[in-house]
Design a protein around this ligand. Sequence first.
Ligand code: PNS
Length: 163
Amino acid sequence: MSRIAVCPGSFDPVTLGHLDIITRASSLFDHVIVLVSVNMQKSNFSFSLDERKNMIRSVTVDIPNVTVESFDGLLADYVKQVGAIAIVKGLRAVSDFEYEFQMALANKKLYDGAETVFLTTSAENMYLSSSVVKQIASFGGDISHFVPEQILDDIRKRLVKEK
Ligand code: PNS
């Protein structure tokens, strides 16, 4: 039986930190579904759902066991629907922990058939987040160390403010 993991997030936009977690998850599971999901605490997205999915597709094109989907319901329902055995998330720092712990417990309560697996973020990505990338890009800063090369131009075009 194929061991499926779901890697959920907003991915607005996908960063090298996300890509690191997705790549490592792809070597642990038979199939990884990167799931662009709804976060009710975030509503002002810089990129549309299709743009976010296409950016993830373009940076994971060389990883054969990764697919990209979206879902606007409960993560636990999606995980059950596709028969996944794990939800994979990256943990950057202690500051992530409380929120992630709460979500992991809630998801387990909603669906007992999958475990949340935390991968520690690589040291070079500890400080990285989509919002940091957006702030730096909007002020014309260099984001080439933070996002995959394939989507650099897409992000710059959208976010760099005209002077
Ligand atoms: O990248 P983010 O925004 O930190 O990811 C959070 C996300 C999208 C994974 C989380 O908000 C989520 O799982 N949303 C789906 C809706 C859901 O199931 N909410 C309850 C989680 S306990």
